[in-house]
Design a protein around this ligand. Structure first.
Ligand code: ADP
Length: 285
């Protein structure tokens, strides 16, 4: 199955999340078979990230969004963690600082976009400004409603500058979220992850769903598509995302740059050097 096509939100379509099964796991697949596939995609991802770094012409921006406990941290750890840290930067976005809030809403995100040859991962992203901000009326509707257009322009600007953008919405249902909250309560090592806001946001599930649907519908474009990833099964989420990232990198058809030196000349120099060193060693015996 081509998950790039299957989970991509068609530009201009209207998303209804209630029609999308968060527990989907692609028929015959199981955690065990997925694990082998995920490893293969991760290997591909590593090789292509190296190629992107070597080529130095373009970059990749991955945005992760989802409700509380949807698995943003787990996706970074288990899937994207395969990337070489030398060419990859993760930025998490929390409530804006005083300085951030004193600028236009995109300012802090633009500063974290990837330079050529690099991958950037956004753990939460500029979409918070049409999600939490919309649900909690942090700015008037007249302000947040214009942001979809601002976001589309921003992403077009990045795309025109050779940044490829992939946006993943991690789709879990309300029942799965409750299960994950319970797991956190039962495991002392996860207590630090529990926040009051998890419980404050849950009653707003419907409002968040509406806000996500608006963002997914208005901002999935040819150059910066949204993917809705069924994420109740963590292994399936990991499989789908690793597949999409690896296949997207492959489709870029990147090329190693031409060497800046004459390789035959260098080979000759190398052999001469080895011969010289051998001779010196013989002479010193
Ligand atoms: P996380 O849940 O990402 O692991 P936190 O528990 O610290 O980390 O949550 C970050 C909080 O920051 C979330 O409640 C999120 O909605 C909030 N946040 C992020 N961006 C914005 C924004 N632009 N305006 C208001 N709140 C935001």
């Amino acid at each position: 199955m081509d998950y790039c096509k299957q989970f991509r939100v068609t530009p201009g379509s209207k998303v209804d999340l209630s029609q999308i099964d968060a527990g989907y796991k692609d028929g015959q697949k199981s955690r065990a078979t997925a694990s082998t596939e995920i490893k293969a995609y991760q290997k591909k991802m590593q090789e292509l990230q190296y190629l992107m770094y070597a080529e130095g012409k373009r970059s990749l921006l991955i945005c992760l969004q989802g409700g509380d406990a949807a698995g943003k941290d787990g996706t970074i750890k288990h899937v994207l963690g395969a990337m070489n840290p030398q060419g990859c930067r993760v930025t998490g976005f929390k409530v804006p600082s005083h300085t951030e809030a004193a600028h236009d809403f995109l300012w802090r995100y633009h500063r974290a976009t990837p330079e050529r040859g690099q991958v950037a991962i956004f753990n939460r992203s500029h979409y918070e400004d049409v999600l939490v901000v919309r649900v909690h009326n942090l700015v008037p509707e007249a302000v947040w409603s214009k942001r979809y257009e601002h976001i589309n322009h921003f992403e077009k600007l990045l795309h025109d500058n050779n940044t490829h953008i992939l946006k993943f919405y991690l789709h879990i249902d309300a029942e799965e979220q409750l299960k994950r909250f319970k797991k956190r309560i039962d495991d002392p090592k996860r207590h630090w992850k529990i926040s009051d806001s998890d419980y404050a946001e849950r009653p707003l599930w419907h409002e968040y769903t509406q806000a996500f649907e608006a963002a997914l519908s208005k901002c999935s474009t040819e150059h910066a598509p949204w993917f809705i990833i069924p994420s109740n099964h963590k292994w399936f989420r990991n499989l789908a995302i690793s597949h999409i990232v690896a296949e997207t990198l492959e489709s870029l058809n990147m090329q190693f740059p031409e060497p800046t030196v004459d390789i035959n000349e260098i080979k000759q120099k190398y052999h001469e050097m080895v011969e010289e060193e051998k001779e010196e060693e013989e002479n010193s015996k």
